[in-house]
Structure formats: C-alpha cells, structure tokens
Ligand binder design. Structure first.
Ligand code: SAH
Length: 234
C-alpha cells in the first residue's frame, strides 16, 4: 500500500494547470520560494550538489534550486499532472539540470539510498497519511553529512486560526479544504521523527505574513508555518 491519500493527489492535480500563475492558488508558494531557497542555500550550499525535492508539485522550488546551480535536481511527486506541468515549465525555461519522476519517497529511498547531498520536502508532510514514514525515507535518501529540509504547519489554536480560518476563509489565499487541522505537525513531533530516522535537527525558522502588505519573511516564530533543517551525521 502506498503512503498517499488519493483525494489529496486529486486536489493538486485539478489545480495543476495554474501552478505557475503568480496570482493563482499557488501565489503563497511563489512568494515564500525565495525565502526558503535562500535559507536552504545558506546552510547546504546547493551549487554543484545532487538534490531531490520530494512532493515537488509543479516544481517551484525544484526549478529554482536547479537555476541556483545544483548539479542535478530530481523532483518527485505522486500527482501526475503537477509533474507534467513542472516538466513543461523547465523545458520552456531551458532549465536542463532538473528532472521529474512519479515515485513515492519510500520507493525512491529503497532504490537510491544515500544518493543525495540535499533532500527537500516542503509543504507536503501535512498531506500524507504517515508523515513519519516520509521523514524516514528522506533520511535514507541523503548521504552521510548531507542536509534534509522539511516545512509544514504547526498544530495549535493560533495555527488553526491563521492557516485555516485566515488563509482559506478570510483572506482566501488558499482554496477551502486545502488543509486539515488534524494533519498539522508540531515541531516537537517532526524533530522526534527526524531523530528516530537518524537525522540531527540543526535549526528552525518560522514564516511571518502581513496581510496588508502581502509580504512574507522568515522569523523565529514557528507557531504557524515553519521549516526545519536536519543533517545526517557523517
Ligand atoms: N513542495 C512543493 C509543493 C507543495 S504542494 C512546494 O512547496 O512548492 C504539496 C504537494 O505534495 C503536491 O504536489 C502533492 O501532489 C504532493 N503530495 C501529496 N501527497 C504526496 C505523497 N504521498 N507523495 C508524494 N507527493 C505527495
């Protein structure tokens, strides 16, 4: 059995044709992309590295890491339409060091253990039935000494208010039903799964948002959106 929710995959496939439209449902991903890219690069120096982006969707981060000079970026997802969109976008943009594959994290980990310098898995764990298994797979894919980055949504009353009520109902940044509160993940849970998988958490950042200026920034406030950087000891 695959560790994936068919309804989640269908949701992302349905919207796939709008993935690269800057004012679409994916506007938040476009806006946070430079922030997360800079943070990842400041820690892992992606130029010349072998990178895998797990749950890459339409390839916003995968393509940006390829443009940043990664030797090779592999984007993976289990929704086919976003992968097709990602592939087409890279082709049109002339980005050649990125490739896309329909493969689960677990299968890729079994096929290519210790094969990547950098693993990224952003905004994906909160859509998966067994997120700990994905964390484990990411830990298996990275080489000793390599970096693994996760981002997701924290679980507390404030994140319910901001990420669901605020983002989906009031500001309408995301379609209603994009996120399910029960699937949000506390930083303590994510770092525990990472440690159990043999990774050493190195740092964390929160994401701030001002609805008036419509700007995002990285902060120390991890109460809603947050990113975690881990390293496989090597
Ligand atoms: N990581 C990208 C896209 C986030 S949207 C970014 O941050 O820009 C979430 C993505 O996770 C979607 O593309 C969805 O298809 C994918 N996804 C959901 N469940 C998955 C699973 N079990 N395996 C792989 N990808 C999955």
């Amino acid at each position: 059995m695959t560790n994936a929710d068919p309804q989640e995959l269908a949701k992302f496939s349905e919207l796939a044709h709008r993935w690269w439209a800057p004012e679409s449902e994916f506007r938040p991903l476009h806006q946070i992309n430079p922030l997360r890219l800079e943070w990842i690069d400041s820690l892992a120096q992606i130029a010349g590295k072998r990178v895998v982006d797990v749950g890459c969707g339409g390839g916003i981060l995968a393509e940006a890491m390829a443009r940043k000079g990664a030797a090779q970026v592999t984007g993976t997802d289990l929704a086919l339409k976003p992968l097709r969109v990602a592939q087409l976008h890279a082709l049109e943009a002339g980005v050649q060091n990125v490739q896309y594959r329909e493969v689960s994290a677990e299968d890729l980990a079994a096929e290519a253990p210790s094969s990547f310098d950098v693993v990224t898995c952003m905004e994906m764990l909160e859509h998966v039935p067994d997120p700990a298994a994905v964390v484990q797979a990411c830990a298996q894919m990275v080489r000793p000494g390599g970096w693994v980055f996760f981002s997701t949504l924290n679980r507390n009353p404030k994140s319910f208010l901001f990420a669901i009520v605020g983002a989906e109902y009031v500001l309408r940044l995301l379609p209603r039903g994009t996120h399910e509160y029960a699937k949000f993940i506390r930083p303590s849970e994510l770092t525990r799964w990472a440690r159990e998988a043999g990774l050493a958490p190195q740092g964390m950042r929160g994401m701030g948002y001002n609805p008036v200026t419509r700007r995002y920034w990285l902060s120390t406030d991890t109460s809603v959106n947050y990113l975690v950087a881990c390293r496989r000891p090597g």
